[in-house]
Design a protein around this ligand. Structure first.
Ligand code: ADP
Length: 218
């Protein structure tokens, strides 16, 4: 069983690295941002509220996001493990995860990046609504081959509404004020691994593989 958690500032590369890991270890990539975007896609009051909170760069309630995640983790494709991208984002979520699943994640990977690089990755980001691959118009290594088209499934790429400077600032402050407490929590327990995510995605993934392959869990 491999349960891998990514923690990082917004747009630090969690989605991109999770996709790579998912292919290598054949584990599902579960992004709570994607789960929320997929679940809030109608005109119900709850969906509209979720979309507004996300567009403003604020966090969805711990109970709602944890419930959505735990439901997803019960599916059979998670039996051998999973990669969590964007959860837990608060100490309460880390504690709820343990309470509901009766265990802690095996590997917690903190992707470290400076604020300016993360902002560039956010503002230029394009996402595939079908296969969730990430591209970036401001970074040559992540430009799609054909403008606005996903390299993997040919779907038209979209720009997320929260990928603007104001929302990024808000998400970044939330990361500093709320998510860094999760980092402290796991660091004290000894299962946190710090990885520099400011270099190319190949350099970053190589360091992540080293961490995952250096320890084994049943
Ligand atoms: P990014 O990594 O760029 O912040 P995500 O897709 O992970 O992008 O998250 C987008 C938004 O989804 C967050 O700003 C927040 O509103 C919501 N969200 C995602 N994960 C969580 C979570 N674990 N708890 C609360 N809100 C979340």
């Amino acid at each position: 069983m491999k349960s891998i958690v990514f923690i990082a500032a917004p747009a630090a590369g969690k989605g991109t690295q999770s996709e790579q890991l998912s292919k290598k270890y054949k584990l599902p990539h579960i992004s709570t941002g994607d789960l929320l975007r997929d679940s809030a896609n109608d005109n119900s009051e709850l969906s509209i509220k979720i979309r507004q909170i996300m567009e403003n760069g604020e966090l969805i309630s711990d109970e709602l996001v944890t419930k959505l995640l735990v439901e997803r983790l019960k599916k059979s494709d998670c039996k051998e493990g999973y990669i969590l991208d964007g959860f837990p984002r608060s100490l309460e979520q880390a504690l709820l995860y343990e309470e509901l699943l009766g265990k802690k994640p095996n590997y917690v990977i903190l992707l470290e990046i400076d604020k300016d690089t993360a902002m560039k990755r956010s503002v230029g980001r394009l996402s595939c609504p079908n296969c969730h691959s990430i591209f970036n118009t401001l970074l040559s290594e992540l430009k799609p081959i054909n403008e606005n088209i996903c390299d993997h499934c040919n779907t038209t790429l979209i720009k997320r509404k929260d990928d603007n400077i104001e929302s990024f600032e808000h998400r970044y402050q939330t990361y500093l004020n709320t998510t860094l407490k999760v980092v402290d929590y796991y660091e004290k327990q000894g299962n946190l691994y710090r990885i520099d995510s400011s270099k190319s995605k190949e350099e970053t993934i190589a360091k992540i593989y080293e961490v995952i392959d250096s320890r084994h869990y049943d």
